[in-house]
Design a protein around this ligand. Sequence first.
Ligand code: LIP
Length: 284
Amino acid sequence: MDGIPDDAQLAELEQVALTVAGEAGRFVVDERPDHLGVARTKSSATDVVTVMDQGAQDLIRARLQGLRPSDAFLGEEEGGSAGDSGLTWVVDPIDGTVNYLYRIPSYAVSVAAVVGDPRVPGQWAPVAGAVVNPVTGEVFHARVGGGAWVSGADGRERRLAMAPPPDLDQALVGTGFGYAVQRRRWQAAMLLEVLPQVRDIRRIGSAALDICAVAAGNLDAYYERGLNPWDMAAAWLVLTEAGGTFTGLAGGPPEGAMVVAAAEPLHGQLEVVLGAAADAAGQE
Ligand code: LIP
């Protein structure tokens, strides 16, 4: 991918991602109204947005505008902006909104700087980013060539290096389901094929945390259909800097149709099974 900044600039971008994601994380925990409701819905009645999703995005966007005025912005919620630096901030203010609504402590703020056009599969790549779980205090971050790192609530950092994975039938695999009925029916048909071939399935509810869990060894693999760039941008880099592989099906780029995250050779084994399962599931 062209336009990747030098390491000093990448280190600055990584620090900006860490700072801004940390601030938004504190905001969504400390400023959560006692009676948090649904502000509006998007693709379906269960695809919800709370005032905190929009509030956190507005906070992140304003901070980035101040720190990096020439960069573009693409967020899950309303409000994006163009830039002329060649860099775009791709942001999910609360990944795992339904978990947040139900006070399930598995949601994250995801902030990534990317080169290329994040709306076109195969035409973009993350260069620096951070994923913050503001409840557990876990902070994942990475920059191109700088490795992947995680720190816990105690602030102590460790470098992530993925171990050789188990075979597929011993693999603990994460996945997720969309908000549209037709999509869920298709994903259930996929699961019927996949479940008998793996150790077990986990549905954590946040793609960013799922992918970081693979990088950290808390899952062996993850796949999902229906992700947007903001769900995957920062975690993608944490996974690849930890030694993992992140693609779509059949070696294609990660995209809405499918993402597959794991270390080799498990990644290749799972890709084959998912390809066959997708064929068996037929048209969505
Ligand atoms: C969520 C993803 C999750 C997926 C959910 C939803 P959101 O993102 O992180 O993996 O299964 O359907 O898309 O909507 O909470 O930002």
